[in-house]
Design a protein around this ligand. Sequence first.
Ligand SMILES: *Cc1c(COP(=O)(O)O)cnc(C)c1O
Length: 369
Amino acid sequence: MKVPLLDLGAQFDSIRDELMSAIEAVMESQRFINGPEVAELEKQIAEYTGCASAVGVSSGTDALIVGLMALGIGAGDEVITTPYTFFATAGSIWRVGAKPVFVDIEPDTFNIDTTRIEAAINERTKAIIPVHLFGQAAEMDPILALAAKHDLFVIEDAAQAIGARYRGHSAGSLGDIGCFSFFPSKNLGGVGDGGMVVSQDEQLGARLLQCRNHGSSPKYYHAWVGGNFRLDTLQAAALLVKLKHLEKWHQARRAHAALYDELLAEIDGVVTPVVRPHNESIYNQYVVRVPRRDACQKFLGEHGIGSAVYYPLSLHQQECFADLGYSTGDFPESERAAAETLALPIDPELNDEQIRHVANVISEFVAAG
Ligand SMILES: *Cc1c(COP(=O)(O)O)cnc(C)c1O
């Protein structure tokens, strides 16, 4: 039995007609830049996440960059985030000229350990970027309290968490700015790159809108420098089709997660994901700790099962950030997660039999010692 990590082809088969006709409509209109689908998607994402404004951008990475730029964060500023995330989180901070400052993660949720943030704040700190890793929101209440106390911005990296909830609120709607990615492997994925930046502040929303179009307002007049961070009409059209199915896909992932939780609980040495009672995860990934991780991944592969390591090297250990002065050992939980975790297939298109097969193969691996 084959169990792919991701089965975008199966998803495409299930929505082929809707998707092709939406794409064809854009081709017929020839409105590739700022077509009406872009504004419609922005309206629907604002509604879906409970935000006052939503601005489509060219990727999740650019959502972070646009957010940082619109808040005026740059050279001389520090931004606190986690070292256990996709590179873009810290890469974006670096790209606007600011300095990423890392804080270790909680061992159970893999999200930033909020009890360690205050020690990293100084007079140069301008913002905190919590990452809602693997589809579960970071602990936002203490983060928002610290931000209020020290007058900092909060930019949520919700690239993996569109539709996730924290105490009933949508991920991305709690901070000053929320960033989503429509990279094809995200729960809501485009047919190429795309992203969205959301805010509860309409004035900030207007600034985000200017930023994605060279800071222009009105056209050809620039009070400040933005960039070309636009979302293609074709992407917006595809995303509008997929958004209609998103909740159903989240539900399928949650059902797979519940089945894994039950089956894997009986296997010695396997640690299943912890979702806090006030959180609703969208399980962009289902990440477990397994004994002898690399051998386990190889064994799964030999049995036709896809898996992935998110992420094999913490960001404080990346060569490009050597100048930040961190060393191995600085963030032990992040480093331990990088060494011990494995993402298992949780694609909505999988069936229970496939999930059971994955659990059986892991059980076999552990029993063989
Ligand atoms: C995917 C992702 C991004 C970047 O999104 P792109 O659309 O690939 O640019 C940023 N942060 C996190 C946590 C991500 O998972």
